[in-house]
Design a protein. Structure first.
Ligand code: MSP
Length: 651
């Protein structure tokens, strides 16, 4: 029977304004889930949204809408973000899902009947944004110790969970199972700061919050949001229902991955609840670090989350999902905090993906296509072959060990060490010289076979991290289904195709200037403070001066539109097929308001042909058609004044 693997992310507050820090937990879990699937394990990967509580109730009331109407679009956005980032979960649980609500009620009922929940009066300091109660001694200078914001003193009748009763068992747990919580530093924090100081019973119901799950034995009380939220890890599998087959199959969780600020809830409260229910504890909890900006947690409430720099949608649109995933998985030392800067992001993508991986793939493909047309036979080993092959052979075990330790950066470092070795192997074996000597054709074939195998094995092991790019690369080497990451399984004659660069090189300096300009423009769009002089209407946008060499980087060509249609699901976009010289290109442009598809066909247009291809509404765009914009935002195509052939250069 296949081994099971149950992995969870925290469920997200439906707050909107998502930033790249939010993506961290879920992207790591997705890579782990994919890796375990690749190993043939039966995986259940859970994520979702944490929808109840005072914060949502207040936000909805402010807008005069129901909590549900407030949340639904935010949940849709979050799901969209996971889709964009290629996150493949098995269930997206919403705490408003009826099965979750029933399960939470079942848990409360059971704990009430066993005497672990009792009624008393609560007095405490409540932090609404954190949905957390604090005692006076826990406050930092009278403010919330987690986020530093104002707290309010609240007194109400409440049900309590006997958390204090479980402190000795929790202490024993940390002694007996040192890897229950990782990294180790978090165990010390839990044991020294909380458990050793003794635990107070926990208030687990509210009468003041209406947007919550009513307690079955006293419906004027609603469930405390953290108990509601934590229960998602078992409700998602049908715990306490007639059909609990998923629960029996997958629970206990193999891993609850959480950010470090919510370790306390997962490493103390959740195990205590499970102990009280008589259910098994999760195997592991991991408390990862934060993405920081300027040394502070990247957070929309701290306003250091700038959409132009940190919005996952903008980043994926500009650089692709794999680049964002790669950065998160490789750059942040696992378990620690990591500073996020656009420059570091761009440099990392260029160095590893465009240069190391991209060059290896394109050089290998080009030489195979040029010299053999398909995969040549595996030849006798000589020179540096043994070293490369040995590195490839042991790679799976090394990646597996790193992923077993939940260390994605190390796993990626192992794979990129082989990619580096393979690039060095090209320099050592000089296949371009072998190609000139017909006597050395067999050796050339052997070298290229070895390179193709190195690429294949690295890409197979990179699948969980870079799902889209590896799929493309592996297909171009004739691998239409996953293959064993073992050296020598590829067959001679397997078709090989030359791909355009999978990760086109980014001009970092230029890109940083562009991003900076985007930020400035966004700042301009923010309403001006009262006293400032209003900006003149339609003032021409002034861009920074550029050198002639910068302009020369643009490739502009005359093209002829040979076909055009509307892009489905879009009001603004047209999809043109443009003939440039002898080649056809797919281009998407936002001109549907100004031209009909019929009007476009036959038009001579100017196209920027070296723009990084992107997908717009799912349609590939390999260039940009230039338009002039009048002061009112209307667009008019730019065309050569005299008759020139398509393919002519514009300069
Ligand atoms: N709803 C609770 C979790 C309940 S789980 C039973 C919650 N939600 S959250 O939306 O605030 O956070 C979701 C995840 O995003 C958490 O793991 C959190 O640590 C993570 N991150 C939010 N900002 C982050 C960074 N700047 N860096 C890394 N991860 C961060 O907490």
């Amino acid at each position: 029977m296949a081994k099971k693997y149950y992995i969870t992310t925290p469920i997200y507050y439906p707050s909107g304004n998502w930033h790249i820090g939010h993506c961290y937990t879920t992207v790591i879990c997705d890579a782990l889930a994919r890796f375990h699937k690749m190993k043939g394990e039966e995986v259940f990967f859970l994520t979702g949204t944490d929808e109840h509580g005072q914060k949502v109730e207040k936000e909805a009331a402010k807008r005069g809408i129901t909590p549900r109407a407030f949340i639904d679009p935010l949940v849709a956005e979050l799901k969209d973000m996971w889709r964009l980032l290629d996150v493949e979960y098995d269930r997206f649980l919403r705490t408003t899902d009826p099965d979750h609500v029933a399960c939470v009620q079942h848990i409360y009922q059971k704990l009430y009947e066993s005497g672990d929940i009792y009624k008393a009066e609560y007095e405490g300091y409540y932090c609404t944004p954190c949905e957390a109660f604090w005692t006076e001694t826990q406050l930092k200078e009278g403010k919330c110790p987690d986020c530093g914001r104002e707290v309010t003193l609240q007194k109400e009748e409440s049900y309590f969970f006997r958390l204090s009763k479980y402190a000795p068992r929790l202490l024993r747990l940390y002694e007996e199972k040192p890897d229950f919580l990782r990294p180790r530093s978090r165990v010390n924090e839990m044991v020294n700061n909380f458990l050793k100081a003794g635990l107070s019973d926990l208030s687990v119901s509210r009468t003041t919050v209406k947007w919550g799950i009513p307690l079955p034995f006293d419906p004027k009380h609603t469930a405390y949001v953290w108990i509601d939220a934590l229960s998602n890890y078992v409700s998602a599998l049908g715990y306490g229902t007639k059909d609990d087959s998923l629960y029996r199959k997958f629970y206990p969780a193999d891993l609850h991955m959480v950010g470090k600020e919510i370790v306390r809830f997962h490493a103390i409260i959740w195990p205590a609840i499970l102990m009280a229910l008589g259910e098994p504890l999760p195997e592991h909890i991991y408390g990862h670090g934060w993405l920081l900006i300027g040394g502070e947690k990247l957070s929309k409430s701290k306003e250091n989350a700038r959409p132009e720099l940190t919005d996952p949608y903008a980043l994926v649109k500009r650089y692709g999902a794999d680049a964002v995933r790669y950065y998160l998985l490789r750059e942040i030392p696992f378990g620690s905090d990591g500073e996020y800067t656009t420059e570091r992001f761009l440099l990392r993508i260029n160095a590893d993906l465009s240069n190391d991986l991209g060059n290896l793939v394109s050089r290998t493909q080009a030489m195979i296509v040029q010299n053999f047309g398909a995969l040549p036979p595996r030849g006798a080993e000589e020179g540096p072959d043994g070293d490369l092959i040995a590195m490839c052979e042991g790679l799976y075990a090394r990646v597996d060990a790193a992923m077993g330790a939940l260390n994605a950066p190390d796993a990626l470092a192992e794979i990129f060490a082989v990619i580096d070795r393979a690039n060095k192997y090209i320099d050592e074996t000089t296949p371009w010289l072998l190609a000139k000597d017909p006597q050395k054709r067999a050796r050339l074939g052997a070298v290229l076979y070895n390179l193709a195998e190195a690429v294949r094995i690295c890409c197979e092991l990179l699948r969980p991290f870079l799902p889209a790019a590896t799929e493309k690369i592996l297909k171009s080497f004739g691998c239409t289904a996953p293959t064993e990451p073992v050296f020598g399984v590829s067959k001679e004659g397997t078709p090989v195709e030359k791909l355009p660069p999978v990760f086109p090189r980014i001009d970092v300096k230029k890109e940083l200037l562009e991003v900076e300009a985007l930020c400035k423009n966004a700042q301009k769009a923010v309403p001006a403070p009262e006293k400032s002089t209003p900006a003149p209407q339609n003032a021409p946008e002034k861009k920074p001066e550029i050198a002639f060499e910068d302009f020369q980087k643009l490739e502009l060509k005359v093209g002829e539109v040979v076909a055009c249609e509307k892009v489905k699901k879009s009001e603004k976009l047209l999809h043109e097929t443009v003939k440039i010289g002898d080649a056809l290109r797919s281009v998407v442009s936002g001109i549907a308001k100004y031209y009909t598809p019929e009007e476009m066909v036959g038009k001579k247009v100017v196209v920027v042909t070296n723009l990084k291809p992107v997908k717009l509404c799912g349609v590939l765009s390999e260039g940009m058609i230039l338009c002039a914009e009048d002061g009112e935002g209307n667009l008019s195509l730019v065309s050569p004044e005299r008759l020139v052939a398509s393919g002519a250069t514009v300069r």
